[in-house]
Ligand binder design. Sequence first.
Ligand code: BGC
Length: 348
Amino acid sequence: MKAVTVQPMTAGSARLEGVDEPPESDGPVLVETLAIGVCGTDAEIVSGAYGWAPPGRDRLVLGHESLGRVLEAPAGSGVAPGDLVVGIVRRPDPVPCVNCGAGEWDFCRNGQYTERGIKSHDGYCSERYRITPEFVVKVDPALGQLGVLLEPTSVVAKAWDQIDKIGGRATWDPRHVVITGAGPIGLLAALLAVQRGLEVHVFDQVTTGPKPDLVQALGATYHTGNIEDACDQPDVVIECTGVGSLVFDAMEHLGPGGVACLTGVSSGGRHLGVDAGMLNRSMVLENQSVVGSVNANRRHYEAGALALSKADPAWLARLITRKVPLDHFADALARQPDDVKVVIEVGS
Ligand code: BGC
């Protein structure tokens, strides 16, 4: 079968090649891949900056945002042939640590977790893959190809779960939310915020392209200026860019008792001048919290699937700004200015 593979930490090594059928050891559920979403992590892997091949191998099958159709599944597995499904990305570490042992692999403590398409376990960008029932999630058949948005939605469902848990340490009645970055993660975070009835402000740099309209169509407000000009003292900030200066902006302008959730993975090497004393002072005096959030466990996929099934499908469809056939996968990996979510069509 065909698969997109890469040699991790080697720039320009991505290629479409013939690989063996998925090993039975990956699980009894056989899935035909329909679509793969491309994100910043894939770009990093392809650029040679991130990623790990499976043990004893040089190459990794790429792809962690997936949509597929079940071909074979054992009775009682919770899925049946024909179901539209998404594969969970992370697998618990083998020890397992206390979190992985409790199904909270997104909170793995020892770093020995694996991630399909990212860390030491082949991904989903192959014509077929196998999986165990506990790592496969059904999506509403009415979503069709839009189900490929579930993995990034699970990431923001986890972010909201963290925010609610932390906010809930005192009476929690959030009203205003600032989201930095109008990429897929920022826009999906905004969708979940609007679904909660909150006033939502989304920040990005661009003034053209689909992002401003996508934000407005949600009933949120799009901004290109400074946080304080548009919404001073928000209850929640969700930082979706990983840009260091925005991370500190988010912390600085947070309201009393507010929660800033950081979701963007940044590269190191950039130094900023920060008034650490003032930042500490306001965080202490105003009970503010800053929390990092990565990945998602099964509960978050289920919450994400529910959020997508309640969303306007026409709006979700506008998030997918380019679709590229598998044979032209390289076009999907080359970023274009108006891209929001680019999808590789593997099957139909
Ligand atoms: C994926 C997560 C993953 C993270 C770090 C993100 O792009 O969506 O599932 O945990 O990268 O590898």
